[in-house]
Every structure is written in structure tokens, then in C-alpha cells.
Design a protein around this ligand. Structure first.
Ligand SMILES: *Cc1c(COP(=O)(O)O)cnc(C)c1O
Length: 357
């Protein structure tokens, strides 16, 4: 099986070999590993000395929902960049929490421009929320543009970088990101189950001053226990050990930059090789994480199923409106040029069989 999905992805050898049995965790030894995890995540995101990192047991969406709950209140006026299903998820969260929000809807072929954002200047917004890579269609927003807009309007900036971390450029200080959300199963290439949240000083101050009726995902408690390398409740101990192995591996093999280049190289290689096939890559700026492919005269769902059942190759299907027209090929996890070649070979065969047309 070759897995070109956008998570869970192929694990690296370091991650697979990270532990045997699961150790008890209320120990100094486990605390040391957690403190090292925090230090490494801060280094890899270029966070500042005052910033903190918390590790939640849950998938990326747990990170999205708990970030909103712990840092925002009904006094905030929130601007959500919504260009697909992950943007819609933030809107759903804010709606459920009865928060005051507006959405900037970005259509499939549309680009987030300064003109689009400027309509929201001087209108008392206090927060901007964005999925840096809208993974459902592989669209990468311009973080420089967003960051500048937030600075000019003094907006608290929440960035879902669950699929963008390690694949695209992110710098917590440079981009003034207050809350950065990362997931364990995307480019971090660990099993699913841990959400990592990097918090700025400004975010920590908000958390300390907001009282919420939450227990499990209470950031105040997570921050306090995290000071001594612990979590309020039993964490996903095994994944945190794997994360430790993976973060050390990234750190010792050229850091974020080397990791990003590797993913970029795989993405560019695939995008070049797919060119002559009857598939269209949309024109907007793409994340390195994933390549969206529009079919011309065949069903994207059929291509997904045939690749899976007959070739043992997994790509990512799309849901909703785009389901029949779009599928995605991920470039994260333990992939290679050789694996790209196998997928390309399979796609050419589908073309010869008149299935891909
Ligand atoms: C994968 C992903 C998520 C989280 O999905 P989970 O299934 O909850 O892990 C959130 N946002 C983006 C942009 C993603 O790519």
C-alpha cells in the first residue's frame, strides 16, 4: 500500500521505533520528555521565549475548538477566512459557541487579496481566524498579507497550521501569530491523536483572564501543569513519545527548512509529472502539502476507488460539491520520488484503460 492521503500518513522509521511498552507518565522521566517536546516545538515554529506550547489529546479539530473556547469571548468580533470545509468548521464552532463572527467567503477559484480584507478594516474586529492551508482544496493563503492586516488592525491572530506546519513557511514571531494549531498526523507524520497549540504572551494573558465552564480542554490548567512537563489528564503517552523522536529527528536533520524543502520537492516533482495527463491543477497558490486535481470527463470518486482497490494506492477523495470532480494527492509523510513514479504509472495506465479521461 502507498499512502498519498493527507493524514494519517506513512510514518518515518524513527517514529515507528519510538517505544515498546507504554510507560507510566507521572514521572520525572516523562516530564523531561514533555519539556523537551515543548522546547523543540518552540524552536521549530520560531516561537519566542515567553511563548508556551500545550499538547492536547485529540485530533486537530479538538485543537481548533478548544483554541476558540479558551481565547475568545462574546465580546470579541471575529473574522473567519472561509475558503472550504476547514474554514466552515471554524464558523460552525463560533456559531455553536454563540460568538460574534463574520465570514470572508473565498470561492474555489478565488484568491484572498488585500482588497477583500480591507473591507473589514476599521470595523471593530478583534480577531482573525484562518486555516493557513485550506487542505480540502490545497489552497495556501498569503500569510504575509494576513499578518500585515492583523498588525494594522490590532487583531488577535489564530492560525490553523494543522496541515501547513513543516510543509509551508510559518514563523510565529515574524507573522505575529497568537495561537498556532498543529496536528500530529499530517506532516509531523505521527499517529493521529495529539493537537499541539503554540500560544503567544498575548494568548496566555487572554486565557488567564477568561473563565469558561470547561474541564477537559482547559488551557489554564494545561499551561499550569505543563510548567513541570505534565498534563492534567492521562495523555496519549505513546504518541507523545513518537512525537519526541520525530521532533528530534527533524531538529538533527536540517530543521524545518530541510523538511519543507523535501515536501516541496516531492510536490513539484509530482506536479510536473502529472502535467500531460487529463487532469487539471487549479490556478491558485498551492500548499506544498497536497495537490488538488480536477478531472475532466470522469468521476474523481471512481479514480480514488480504482487506485485504492486495484493498485493499492491511496489518494484523498473530496466530499460535498467537489466530490465527483476533485481528488487530492498528498506529499507529506514518508514518501519518495519512486512512490510518485508509481502513482504516475498507475494514472497513465488508467488513461490507457480509458478510465481517466
Ligand atoms: C486535517 C486538518 C484538520 C483537523 O482534522 P482532524 O481530522 O480533526 O485531525 C483541521 N484543519 C486542517 C486545515 C486540516 O488539514
Amino acid at each position: 500500500m502507498i499512502n498519498f492521503s493527507v493524514g494519517p500518513v506513512h510514518l518515518t522509521k524513527e517514529v515507528m521505533e519510538a517505544y515498546g511498552d507504554i510507560p507510566y507518565f507521572r514521572t520525572n522521566e516523562f516530564s523531561d520528555i514533555m519539556l523537551e517536546n515543548e522546547k523543540l516545538v518552540k524552536e521549530l515554529t520560531n516561537a519566542s521565549g515567553d511563548d508556551r506550547v500545550i499538547f492536547l489529546t485529540g485530533s486537530g479539530t479538538a485543537g481548533m475548538e478548544s483554541s476558540v473556547i479558551n481565547t475568545l469571548t462574546s465580546e470579541d468580533k471575529i473574522l473567519i477566512i472561509n475558503g472550504g470545509s476547514f474554514g466552515t468548521r471554524f464558523a460552525e464552532i463560533c456559531s455553536l459557541k454563540k460568538l460574534n463572527y463574520e465570514e470572508v467567503i473565498i470561492g474555489f477559484e478565488e484568491i484572498l487579496t488585500l482588497e477583500k480584507l480591507e473591507k473589514y478594516s476599521n470595523r471593530n474586529f478583534t480577531v482573525l481566524v484562518v486555516n493557513l492551508d485550506e487542505t480540502s482544496i490545497g489552497k495556501l493563503y498569503d500569510i504575509e498579507l494576513i499578518s500585515k492586516f492583523c498588525r494594522e488592525n490590532n487583531l488577535f491572530l489564530i492560525v490553523d497550521a494543522i496541515s501547513a506546519f513543516l510543509a509551508d513557511e510559518i514563523d510565529v514571531i515574524k507573522h505575529g501569530i497568537d495561537v498556532l494549531i498543529i496536528g500530529s498526523q499530517k506532516a509531523l507524520a505521527c499517529p493521529p491523536g495529539v493537537a499541539i497549540i503554540v500560544l503567544s504572551k498575548r494568548a496566555i494573558d487572554r486565557i488567564k483572564n477568561i473563565n469558561h465552564d470547561i474541564l477537559y480542554f482547559d488551557f489554564k490548567k494545561a499551561l499550569k501543569d505543563g510548567e513541570r512537563g505534565q498534563t492534567p489528564f492521562t495523555p496519549a503517552v505513546g504518541i507523545l513519545l513518537q512525537l519526541n523522536a520525530r521532533l528530534k529527528q527533524i531538529s538533527s536533520t536540517g530543521g524545518v527548512e530541510a523538511e519543507r524543502k523535501k515536501i516541496e520537492k516531492l510536490a513539484n516533482d509530482f506536479r510536473e509529472k502529472v502535467k500531460e495527463l487529463p487532469l487539471t491543477i487549479p490556478k491558485y497558490k498551492l500548499s506544498n502539502t497536497v495537490t488538488p486535481l480536477l478531472t475532466n470527463n470522469c468521476s474523481a470518486k471512481d479514480i480514488f476507488n480504482i487506485l485504492k482497490d486495484e493498485y493499492k494506492i491511496w489518494v484523498c477523495p473530496n466530499g460535498g460539491e467537489l466530490g465527483e470532480k476533485l481528488f487530492r494527492v498528498g506529499h507529506i509523510g514518508n514518501l519518495s520520488i519512486e512512490k510518485n513514479n508509481e502513482l504516475i504509472r498507475a494514472l497513465y495506465e488508467l488513461k490507457e484503460r480509458n478510465i481517466l479521461k
